[in-house]
Design a binder for this molecule. Structure first.
Ligand SMILES: [Zn+2]
Length: 372
């Protein structure tokens, strides 16, 4: 099923201000809150949908990417690709939306619908620079990261305040009325465990920084600014908690010869006046190596040669873009005496007069064809 537009989900227009986005989300979150709609899967889905929309539209960068690329901007692990946001992620937004009291606190917030939740280590964010060739072909990168891991020799014991549940129950007055909420235990921070013994070089949570090399598989077709998630490779959590993630932010390096436009590539080919008249063949750069192309005798400047499938593969896995070679005829700025005499003799020659016919389309008609 096609994903619903984030603006439609929140019931706002594309020009909505940050305050309006926040207000709209707050309204939806209250309406579909799982505590108000127990066992209603439809409400839960809507609640998650609204949270996801807010997560994107409240973040200037993500909003800009969404406005430009739509849902595609976040596919293939770029954010919510897999199973969408989980409840913990959503509740951790609430500190921001509803202000302090009642929500938030602890390591990463609110204990959802009962049962012990495991504390999650924090995420690491790294930028990865990729060449156009790497983007076109997909690449595996080995990246050095500094992540927190449990220091050898650290032992944990059950927290005596929450008896290992990680949560304390309390009655809170919230915007939803009087509710019994479970909040993370502030002695153990929700982990259910506290430090028993730790070596001198570990921090207060029994963690220490370790330098590791992480291998990251980057699929073909990624876009500058896209974020990929590598699950479980971020900072470790204390005790029996789960590791955070690495968020990989893609940076695309400018190619010397090729310009990217979505999945298509553009190449400016300059040929001499004589080559245009006589025809030639030229070697050009592509993302999969050099290719020799034929330029017909009598080619017009501005002609676009389309090399099908020589562009960037679609991130969604549907086909590949094309490489569009723009022919530019290079006109010499100076001439020697002999050359000048030749061109002067041709100046009034009928054969050299422009006679464009329907096959010599204007630039705008060519562009129209390209996108039709
Ligand atoms: Zn505790």
């Amino acid at each position: 099923m096609a994903k619903k537009d984030y603006y439609d989900v929140l019931g706002i227009s594309k020009s909505a201000s940050a305050a309006e986005i926040k207000k709209a989300y707050r309204k939806k979150a209250i309406e579909h809150h799982p505590d108000k709609n127990p066992d209603d899967k439809g409400a839960e889905a809507k609640f998650k949908e609204a949270a996801e929309a807010y997560e994107v539209l409240s973040d200037e960068n993500k909003k800009a990417r969404y406005d430009q690329y739509g849902h595609q901007a976040f596919e293939n692990g770029g954010g919510f690709g897999g199973g969408g946001m989980n409840m913990d992620d959503i509740f951790s937004q609430f500190g921001d939306i509803f202000g302090g009291g009642g929500f938030g606190g602890g390591f990463s917030g609110f204990g959802g619908g009962g049962g012990q939740r495991r504390v999650k280590g924090s995420n690491l964010r790294i930028r990865v620079k990729l060449t156009l060739e790497e983007i076109a072909n997909g690449v595996e990168k080995k990246i050095k990261v500094k992540r927190k891991v449990q220091a050898p020799g650290t032992t944990y014991k059950t927290c005596t305040t929450c008896h290992g549940s990680g949560q304390v129950t309390r009655i809170a007055n919230t915007i939803l009325g009087r509710m019994q909420t479970s909040a993370p235990c502030n002695v153990c921070g929700g982990a259910g465990q506290i430090i028993d013994k730790k070596p001198a070089d570990a921090d207060a949570q029994g963690l220490k920084v370790s330098e590791e090399t992480v291998s990251i598989k980057i699929p073909a077709g990624v876009v500058d600014g896209m974020q990929l998630k590598v699950s479980g490779k971020g900072n470790e959590a204390p005790g029996n908690g789960i590791s955070g993630d690495i968020i990989v932010v893609i940076e695309e390096e400018q190619h010397e010869k090729l310009q990217r436009e979505g999945d298509n590539l553009h190449y400016d080919l300059y040929i001499s006046y004589s080559d245009a008249v006589l025809g030639t063949s030229k070697e050009i750069d592509t993302v999969t190596g050099k290719v020799r192309i034929k330029v017909e005798a009598g080619v017009q400047s501005g002609k676009i040669l389309r090399l099908r499938g020589k562009g960037i593969p679609s991130i969604n896995g549907y086909g590949r873009g094309d490489l569009l070679v723009h022919v530019n005829v290079w006109t010499p700025k100076t001439l020697n005496k002999q050359q000048r005499e030749f061109f002067e003799s041709m100046q009034e020659d009928e054969h050299f007069m422009p006679k464009p016919d329907s096959s010599d389309k204007s630039f705008f008609e060519k562009v129209k064809d390209m996108f039709s």
